[in-house]
Design a protein around this ligand. Structure first.
Ligand SMILES: [Zn+2]
Length: 85
């Protein structure tokens, strides 16, 4: 059999499934930031290029916020379960 069905543990975060907890925590953090995002793509008119929100304006700052929020989510789960995640 070339393709077979196997069982695997997956982790759900931000509405999607991932094979690693790290990816799930980052997805949850990304989903949270997206709820506060006010980016506007603009319209088809040339004088309306759109706007970038404060979260996505600076990519270094965005990654810092994302990593920090994912770390906080991980710590919250560790505190709730009492075990290292
Ligand atoms: Zn944005």
């Amino acid at each position: 059999m070339i393709v077979e069905t196997i069982q695997a543990t997956v982790f759900k975060g931000g509405g999607r499934r991932f094979f690693t907890k790290k990816a799930a925590y980052h997805s949850a953090a990304r989903a949270k930031i997206k709820t506060r995002c006010t980016c506007y793509a603009g319209s088809s008119y040339p004088d309306d290029p759109g706007e970038t929100c404060d979260y996505h304006e600076d990519m270094n700052r965005y990654m810092e916020i994302l990593n920090r929020l994912a770390y906080i989510y991980k710590r919250v789960d560790e505190d709730a379960t009492g075990e290292k995640v």
